[in-house]
Design a binder for this molecule. Structure first.
Ligand SMILES: [Zn+2]
Length: 192
């Protein structure tokens, strides 16, 4: 739908996020399939979002969230959100656990880490793809993203449990704090 506006030169706000030009907006919502609320040229001088009010959130529960893939992509001329808001650092994984710190109408700032929250996980926490290998489901990460192989690696249940514990320790060290576009969160649940 944004494509209909091609050639439009002013600022664009889509679902509460302000963009300095149309191409950035198109890039950010591409393929999301969600309903778009578009506001054109809202105050000609708005500098991407800065005008939005930031609210502190206290006593946040611990969430598990899954974000759309573009939040894990490095900043580029078409998608400079991470440059503007997260010192150029994209999210390291699509599924992460953590608490909410602050929010605006269109964004939420979260402190996140990697964590296996259930005995079996069905999508790769890093890339979001469906896990098919039964061992991968214990780790929550596929062989490509986790750099492990599964040619009969465990002799006993104890060995497997030990390996899952190691993975859990490694995941805890994958930390990221930053701003997330609210409409990029495709799943969210409170884990504790
Ligand atoms: Zn993966």
């Amino acid at each position: 739908m944004l494509n209909l506006l091609e050639g439009y030169k002013g600022s664009v706000e889509v679902n509460g996020i302000a963009y300095s030009d149309l191409n950035k907006a198109i890039q950010a919502v591409k393929g999301s399939g969600e309903q778009l609320t578009i506001i054109l040229n809202k105050g000609a001088k708005i500098k991407d979002n800065q005008a939005q009010e930031i609210q502190e959130l206290e006593g946040s529960p611990i969430y598990k969230i899954k974000v759309r893939q573009y939040m894990t992509k490095p900043a580029s001329p078409e998608f400079d959100f991470h440059d503007k808001w997260n010192n150029g650092t994209p999210m390291p994984m699509r599924i992460m656990v953590g608490r909410k710190l602050k929010e605006t109408r269109g964004m939420v700032q979260m402190e996140l880490w990697g964590e296996i929250t259930e005995q079996l996980t069905h999508s790769c926490m890093k890339c979001g793809r469906t896990l098919t290998n039964p061992i991968s489901k214990y780790f929550g990460i596929g062989p490509e993203c986790g750099g492990h192989n599964y040619v009969n690696p465990f002799e006993t249940d104890d060995e497997l449990r030990e390996a899952v514990k190691d993975m859990q320790e490694q995941l805890k060290e994958i930390k990221w704090t930053g701003w997330i576009i609210k409409s990029a969160i495709e799943e969210q649940e409170v884990v504790r």
